[in-house]
Structure formats: structure tokens, C-alpha cells
Write a protein that binds this ligand. Structure first.
Ligand code: C5P
Length: 399
């Protein structure tokens, strides 16, 4: 897929810039060519010589480089590529992109390009979580910019959380997807997955047994058909697939906020097992065991994310819910489809005897406004592929 493709790689200024060197190596190993661009800040982290040597091509650093201007010009430079990749993409670069600045070579190329742009954000966790960065991310997603990562982990600055640049192999997979001509190319699809954790106090929470397997498999299947996937996941035991934008949340309320900020989308699939209730009287400090006294938990109802999005002003054209039932599966699922206002319900029987909850297989029924299809018992990855194929057939090619 990557053979013969040209990637314009913009390396921003962050400690993760060293991983861009590995990315160049991986890309060239797959037969792609890399046109490297190093920002002024990027050059503080990796040397121009290493970048140019690994790329095997001249490095571009200055907006007003007369030789380059005479030979090709920055407009042409931005268009000669099949895809523009920014790795690492700093908070500053994201802000420039969101605002449309053209103050240096990198931001000018990003403004001038007519190709898709994939960013791999990398920054301190506070900078990533800052409302301004999240606002910029929403703007960029709305503009059709693809995102991979950031990952959660220990950071060079000593803090822990989301902000680490995605690993080069994951960026490579996202580049492959972005260049693929799958039937969902150009489509943005939202998937929720996993359980939610509803806190009782700072150390205790209420959870459920969802593993996130079916949600992860769906996200991967949609990615494989070329979709840009925003994967909003609770604390699941199944890792999210590579090549999707992962948004991690704990509670139902956080999941709703994350889903709303990921809109607009062409389709939304709600595979998460969202807690119906949260603890209303969540304790600010760890609750103490007091001899003879038992705590009383009061509950408040959680928002129904599927129903909220089904009635949202920015409702995606296709909204799909799941229904896990233990009796009268089809009748309950049909009623749920109407109650929630979604287009399809994927229903399954989760009675303990079926072994479906937490198991590797699933037997589902696809319930639409006018039909009920009974699918055979299949591995969850195959169920995901069939659902993804059906979504692709329903949405048709992107405009
Ligand atoms: O009502 P029930 O939980 O059975 O509905 C299941 C469907 O609704 C699933 O698609 C699930 O992801 C979604 N849901 C939701 N928000 C909730 C509860 C369920 O999105 N609070």
C-alpha cells in the first residue's frame, strides 16, 4: 500500500522528534519516499543531518529559501506528496493549524496543501488536556485532519498521562489507512467501547464485566475499510487497536462529553457498556470503616449517550446501538431501537449459558426499521467485519 507513495513529514519540536527518525526508516522500508521538513524547534531535538540522511532527500527548513523557491516553491512542495504527516505535532503546531497561521514553512505547507493531513500529537499531559488544545483538536477533527494518539504513559517531563506520541509502528499503520482506498475512506466514525467506572470515593468505583473486545474489533474493522475512527473507551481490558484516535474516559458523563466533542461523524456505534447509575453521594475522601455503621450509597441516573446522540442537533446519519439481553432478545431490542431513536440495534443474548459476555464469539441479530437478520455464531472480529461492511454499504462512498 505504501510502496511508491510520497509522504511530506513535518517534524515539530518535541522530545518525541527522535521517534520521527524511526518513522522515516519504517516508511522507506515499505517503499515510500519521505520529503522531510524540520521546524526550528524540531532542529533543537534532532539534527538536520540525521533527518536528511535517513530520508535520503534534501531537508526543508526555511520558508524563504531562495534555492528551493526557485526549484519548486512551498506550494508545490505541499502538493507533491500523497499525504502530509506531522510527527510530533506540538500544541503550538495544533494551535497554528486550527487558527490557519502561515508563519513558518511548516504552517505554510499545512495551509497550502490539498492533501489529507495526519497529525501525531505529542506534548505534556497538562498541555494536551488544556481546554485550548482540546478546542483546537475539535476544530482540526471538524476540518477533516486525521489524528493518531497521543498514547498514555510516562513522559520525558516526569509526568504520567495522555501526551506521548503514538509509536512509529502505529503511525505507520495510520498512514497506511489514510492512504488506503477502502470503501469508508473519507468517513469519520465514532465508536464507544468498554465499561465505565463510576466512583464511590477516590479509590473505589462501580464497574461491569465488559472487556471491550467487540468495540475494539469494530474500531479495527472500520479502520481497515479506510474510516477515520474516534474510539471513545472506558477502562477496558482489551487494548484499543492501532491507527485509531483513542479518547480514554472513566465515567458515563465523561464518555458523553468525549462523544459530543468528537462530532460531527458520519456514523456512531455505541458498543460501550455504560453504567446506568452513578453514585450521587460520591465521597471526596476515602470512606472510613466505622465499627457497626454501614455506608449507604445513593444513586443518580447517568445520561443515556445513545439516546442523547440519536436526538442531537449533530446526529450522525447512521446511529447504531447494542442490546445485551437475557430473554425475549428480539422483542426487547426492537422496543429499545424505538425508545433510543437509533437506526440499528445489534442485539445479542448474554445469558451465562451462551458464554458470549467476555468470550471470543458472538451471535447477533441486526435489527433495522424494517428487518431482523439472524447472524450465525461467529468470532467477534468476524462480527465486527460484517457490521463494518454493512455500514460501508449503507453510507456509500464519501463525497
Ligand atoms: O439501555 P441499554 O443499556 O440496554 O442500551 C444499550 C445501548 O445503549 C448500547 O448501545 C449502549 O452503548 C448504549 N447506552 C448508552 N448510554 C447509557 C446506557 C446505554 O450509550 N447510559
Amino acid at each position: 500500500m505504501l510502496a511508491g507513495k510520497r509522504i511530506l513529514l513535518i517534524i515539530g519540536g518535541g522530545i518525541a522528534a527522535y521517534k520521527a527518525l524511526e518513522l522515516i526508516r519504517l516508511l522507506r522500508g515499505q517503499g515510500a519516499s519521505v520529503t522531510p521538513v524540520l521546524t526550528r524547534a524540531g532542529a533543537e531535538f534532532v539534527t538536520p543531518l540525521s533527518v536528511a540522511a535517513l530520508a535520503g532527500e534534501p531537508l526543508h527548513q526555511d520558508l524563504f529559501d531562495l534555492t528551493t523557491e526557485a526549484e519548486m516553491g512551498h506550494i508545490q512542495l505541499s502538493r507533491a506528496a500523497d499525504l502530509v504527516v506531522v510527527a510530533p505535532c506540538t500544541a503550538d503546531l495544533m494551535a497554528k493549524m486550527a487558527q490557519g497561521h502561515a508563519t513558518d514553512l511548516a504552517s505554510t505547507l499545512l495551509m497550502a496543501t490539498d492533501k489529507r493531513v495526519l497529525i501525531a500529537p505529542a506534548m505534556n499531559v497538562r498541555m494536551w488536556e488544556h481546554p485550548a488544545t482540546q478546542r483546537n483538536l475539535a476544530t482540526l477533527t471538524g476540518d477533516g485532519i486525521l489524528t493518531i494518539g497521543p498514547d498514555i504513559g510516562d513522559m520525558a517531563c516526569g509526568e504520567h498521562g495522555p501526551g506521548r506520541m503514538a509509536e512509529p509502528a502505529a503511525i505507520l499503520a495510520a498512514i497506511d489507512t489514510a492512504l488506503s482506498d477502502g470503501p469508508l475512506k473519507g468517513r469519520h466514525i465514532l465508536v464507544t467501547s468498554g465499561p465505565t467506572h463510576e466512583p464511590i470515593d477516590p479509590v473505589r468505583y462501580i464497574a461491569n464485566r465488559s472487556s471491550g473486545q467487540q468495540g475494539s474489533a469494530l474500531a479495527a474493522a472500520l479502520r481497515d475499510l479506510g474510516a477515520q475512527v474516534s474510539f471513545v473507551t472506558g477502562p477496558a481490558s482489551t487494548p484499543p487497536p492501532a491507527g485509531v484516535t483513542v479518547i480514554r474516559v472513566d465515567t458515563a458523563q465523561q464518555m458523553l462529553e468525549a462523544v459530543q466533542s468528537a462530532l460531527p461523524a458520519d456514523a456512531a456505534i455505541f458498543a460501550a457498556a455504560v453504567a446506568d447509575w452513578r453514585v450521587k453521594n460520591e465521597a471526596g475522601q476515602k470512606m472510613k470503616k466505622i465499627a457497626g455503621a454501614l455506608p449507604t450509597l445513593e444513586f443518580a441516573e447517568n445520561p443515556d449517550i445513545l439516546a442523547t446522540i440519536s436526538h442531537h442537533a449533530q446526529r450522525p446519519p447512521l446511529v447504531v446501538g447494542f442490546a445485551a439481553e437475557t430473554e425475549s432478545v428480539i422483542a426487547h431490542a426492537q422496543a429499545k431501537r424505538l425508545r433510543k431513536g437509533c437506526d440499528w440495534i445489534i442485539a445479542n443474548d448474554v445469558s451465562p449459558a451462551t458464554g458470549i459476555m467476555g468470550g471470543a464469539e458472538n451471535a447477533v441479530h441486526l435489527i433495522t426499521a424494517d428487518s431482523v437478520e439472524d447472524w450465525p455464531r461467529l468470532p467477534k472480529a468476524e462480527v465486527a467485519r460484517r457490521i463494518a461492511a454493512r455500514i460501508a454499504a449503507t453510507l456509500g462512498p464519501a463525497a
